[in-house]
Design a binder for this molecule. Sequence first.
Ligand code: HEC
Length: 104
Amino acid sequence: MKAFPLNVAVVAALQLPFSAGAFSVDLDAHRMPEVVSAGETLYAEHCASCHGSNLEGEPDWQLRDAEGYLPAPPHDETGHTWHHPTAQLFDITKYGTEQVVGGG
Ligand code: HEC
């Protein structure tokens, strides 16, 4: 099994306590093993169905489907998730891609 990327684990873990109202985010939480562990569990429950249990993403993830949507990208080193800053990954996960990059 591949090493689990800390930023994906932390982004998944950070979703749990902040589901309502104003919040602050500790983007250094990846230094806390219990947060990474919680993120791995949350990833398996809420993210792996699309992004893959081994972070592999969906087939042909760079090609839009017939309706113009992109499939889920991998979160391993073959994708581009690791290029983005942690704060941006948090925003994409919490608010959605459209809120962060636009484009519908
Ligand atoms: C229903 C399928 C689905 C689920 C479940 C899902 N995603 Fe995604 N995710 C996508 C798709 C599709 C994209 C690409 C959207 C685009 O590029 O327009 C995406 C994009 C992303 C991106 C941006 C990646 C990049 O390289 O730019 C991140 C980060 C992400 N997802 C994290 C998560 C996390 C964390 C979870 C679980 C809490 C999750 N996703 C659950 C379908 C899903």
